[in-house]
Design a protein around this ligand. Structure first.
Ligand SMILES: Nc1ncnc2c1ncn2[C@@H]1O[C@H](COP(=O)(O)OP(=O)(O)OP(=O)(O)O)[C@@H](O)[C@H]1O
Ligand SMILES: [Mg+2]
Length: 329
């Protein structure tokens, strides 16, 4: 399988008045063609910063990429996105091209002043100026239909506030698809929706991913969702990737104490709520700097001195399962 994206040794800081936030530290991972990579981790673990960095959203102060690279199609074009002169504009320019993103709150993607149809057609016209007005309308109606919007011709003329949350999310997915992206990034797209609608949106995303031959990066707090939708999983803690591997591997055979704690703290399908154990302690302050493992203070399996003072190395097993923990030295 070919890789569509490679993130190498990526570190990103925010330089704030209060101090420096080490939002990402030496992040390494890859995304393969046609796969869904699920990203999980507690709030503040760096999930959004990771995907925003791919789109160049964090190219401006106070954010700074202090080291590392983001490669697009490493085996084919090998574009180092973060060194392109247009990096800061990727979100605006390439958005409708190779990489698209959908957000938790579709309202932030749509302007309240224009109809959904106008906004989707504008995006399409920008991307494919050769299309006639009639063709643009046809493609847009087709996309709205594809994402399950009933009577597309009627909804086409409606404004974002006239859509329900689920319908707005569908419209945002339609807009993300206007240019046949190779990667669709979804940052907690269902958090604001109720569970029935969430299930429908997940089903839609999976169907669309296959039909458009895309890769997907799907961020969620919900392990049940991540387990269901992902081919592989990335577990993040305090700006680091602490574990990654095939979804079944990570869920059935978690290697990092943080992943194990996360699995016990988040409900799985059919699991009684009483059996859940919250992860002890709190996430360290984002301003903290750690010489050892940042999970040390909360880890029930810590070894002592070595975990406190030495940065754990990354270990990769034969099946591609990776872990960053002194238990796996
Ligand atoms: N624009 C910003 N300015 C300053 N700090 C930021 C900014 N965006 C993120 N951070 C910091 O970077 C770290 C990682 O944040 P990020 O938003 O990636 O977390 P997350 O895993 O997406 O969390 P959540 O699950 O709550 O969305 C946090 O410490 C956060 O406070
Ligand atoms: Mg986030």
């Amino acid at each position: 399988m070919q890789r569509i994206l490679e993130i190498k040794d990526l570190s990103i800081n925010f330089y704030l008045r209060e101090g420096v936030v080490h939002a990402l530290t030496d992040v390494n991972f890859e995304v393969f063609e046609n796969e869904t990579l699920g990203v999980i981790g507690e709030s503040g673990s760096g999930k959004s910063v990771t995907v925003q960095s791919i789109l160049g959203i964090l190219s401006q102060p106070p954010a700074k990429i202090v080291s590392g690279s983001i490669y697009f199609e490493p085996e084919k074009r090998n574009l180092e996105l973060n060194s392109l002169p247009t990096y800061g504009d990727i979100y605006r320019n390439v958005r409708w091209n190779d990489i698209s993103m959908i957000f938790q709150e579709p309202m932030s993607s749509f302007s309240p002043l224009h109809s959904i149809g106008d906004q989707i057609s504008e995006a399409l016209t920008l991307h494919r100026p050769e299309l006639s007005e009639a063709d643009v309308l046809n493609v847009c109606l087709g996309l709205l239909e594809k994402v399950g919007i009933p009577s597309p011709a009627i909804f086409f003329k409606r404004y974002p506030h006239e859509f329900s949350g689920g319908m707005r999310q569908r419209a945002m997915i339609a807009m993300a698809l206007v240019c046949n992206p190779k990667i669709l990034i979804a940052d907690e797209p269902t958090t604001a929706l109720d569970v029935t609608i969430e299930a429908q949106i997940l089903e839609l995303l999976e169907a669309i991913k296959s039909e458009f031959n895309m890769s997907m990066i799907y961020i969620s707090h919900d392990l049940a969702v991540i387990g269901e939708i992902s081919d592989r999983i990335l577990v993040m803690y305090f700006g680091r990737v602490v574990e990654s591997g095939l979804a079944d591997e990570v869920i059935d055979n978690p290697l990092h104490p943080y992943t194990r704690a996360l699995l016990k703290s988040i409900p799985k399908i059919d699991q009684p709520i009483e059996s859940l154990e919250p992860i002890e302690g709190t996430i360290p302050s984002p301003f903290e700097v750690h010489t050892g493992c940042p999970f040390y203070s909360r880890c029930s399996e810590r070894l002592g001195e070595i975990c406190l003072n030495q940065k754990p190395a990354n270990k990769t097993y034969n099946n591609g399962h990776t872990v960053s923990c002194h238990l796996h030295a």
